[in-house]
Design a protein around this ligand. Structure first.
Ligand code: GLU
Length: 419
């Protein structure tokens, strides 16, 4: 097993799709390279009076189809290759659901759980100032990702607006509602994962009612997915967070778990208890014999080291890149159906798009409207991927890339190379 490089994963899938589409190396040459990569140093005065310099990135992979779009990650493992891969996945994610954006991503190497609110805000403000030359409602629009949330987006929006001298709502999405955040944005990624899970079960002729599921990760995406799949009547037998997992063969009490976790952001599953549950590790969760496995944490969770032990029938990728390219073949050979990240977790960026559209028009839609419009994008996108994969006898991942790569390459070709 070679050193894991998520960006190599992206290139491998893009090349495979390009070959099927009949594109030449020259056709896809430009999309192999991110358009812009910015690395910044972020000095911050910590609460104890010392100065600490954090490292940050903003990368624009593509702006061929529209402004760069994608989240900001605050996590100790953030690095250049990860941000490059996350930026490229955004390009193809926006293309597969056909919203008028390219792809970008940013990140700061830090552990938000070990920072005070003052320190977190200081990092956010200085980082925003450092990347300000690149971002803007017409250039590049950040949003939340792992380790960031609406509050961080509010500080970003304020910092950018202060630098400009006027209020700029559309510079980030996933903002607090009071600052022009879209109703439904907080739940959007999980809601999209729920729509996708129902779509794949339906296509396979399976009933979602009572179907078992295991969810890795209890951040924004994992917890909302758990909430909505539970509401749909699925039996969530296992969930996990950084402290480990819990399992109940008759299904966990998801509302009780979510209430416990939401009481204090420091609450972890290791201190949660309910009758009949047992403790399992994150590795064990991934290997459970369930109908649907939902990895909703970080990339590279299923790789050459554990792929042959995966027993789920279906994997819905709620995280970005949870399955390494080397594991895809093993899973496919075992008959496990994978619904790829760029489709399954696109709900977040779709509602980000709705937020930006509302901001630039100074209008606001109801939550019902947002949820309905989201479904109207996610369901046809799923059908399109399913149909092309069936026609071309490919996996759903390749199918999604067939649609996405075509849209990106065709946009690039129509613009032609400048000058
Ligand atoms: N971070 C999310 C993602 O990976 C959302 C990005 C956005 O809304 O721009 O898709």
């Amino acid at each position: 097993m070679g050193q894991y490089n998520p960006y190599d994963n992206v290139l491998k899938v893009v090349k495979e799709a390009a070959d099927i589409l009949g594109y030449s190396d020259s056709d896809i040459e430009a999309i192999k390279y991110p358009e812009r990569e910015l690395k910044v140093a972020i000095p911050v005065r910590m609460d104890d009076g010392t100065t600490h310099v954090f490292e940050g990135y903003r990368i624009q992979h593509s702006t061929s189809r529209g402004p760069a779009k994608g989240g900001i990650r605050f996590h100790p493992a953030v690095n250049l290759d990860e941000v490059k891969a996350l930026a490229a996945w955004m390009t193809f994610k926006c293309a597969v659901v056909n919203i008028p954006y390219g792809g970008g991503k940013g990140g700061v190497v830090c552990d938000p759980n070990k920072l005070s609110e003052n320190e977190l805000r200081a990092i956010t403000r200085r980082f925003t100032a450092a990347i300000a030359p690149l971002i803007g409602p017409e250039q590049d629009i950040p949003a939340p990702d792992v380790g960031t949330n609406a509050a961080v987006m509010g500080w970003m929006m304020d910092t950018y607006s202060m630098l400009k001298g006027h209020c700029v709502h559309g510079v980030v999405t996933g903002k607090p509602i009071e600052l022009g955040g879209a109703l439904g944005r907080n739940e959007a990624t999980g809601r999209g994962v729920m729509f996708t899970t129902k779509n794949i079960l339906r296509k396979l002729g399976l009933d979602s009612n009572g179907a078992t599921a295991a969810i890795q990760g209890m951040g924004n995406v994992g917890s909302i997915t758990a909430k909505l799949l539970y509401k749909e009547g699925m039996k969530i037998v296992a969930v996990s967070d950084v402290s480990g997992g819990i399992y109940h063969q008759d299904g966990l009490n998801i509302p009780a778990i979510l209430e416990y976790l939401s009481k204090d952001r420091r609450n972890l599953l290791e201190d949660y208890n309910e009758d009949g549950m047992i403790r399992i590790s994150n590795e064990e969760l991934l290997e459970l014999d369930v109908k649907v496995l939902v990895p909703a944490a970080l990339e590279n969770q299923i790789n050459a080291s554990n792929a042959d032990r995966i027993k789920a029938d279906i994997i819905v990728e709620a995280a970005n890149g949870p399955i390494a390219a080397e594991a895809d073949e093993t899973l496919n050979a075992k008959g496990i159906i994978v619904v790829p990240d760029i489709l399954a977790n696109a709900g977040g960026v779709v509602v980000s798009y709705f937020e930006w559209v509302q901001n630039i028009q100074s209008v606001s839609w109801t939550e019902e409207t947002v949820n309905e419009k989201l479904k109207n994008i996610m369901d046809p996108a799923f059908d399109a991927v399913w149909n092309i994969a069936e026609q071309q006898h490919t996996t759903l991942r390749t199918g999604a890339y067939l649609i996405a790569v075509k849209r990106v390459v065709d946009a690039k070709k129509a613009r032609a190379i400048w000058p």
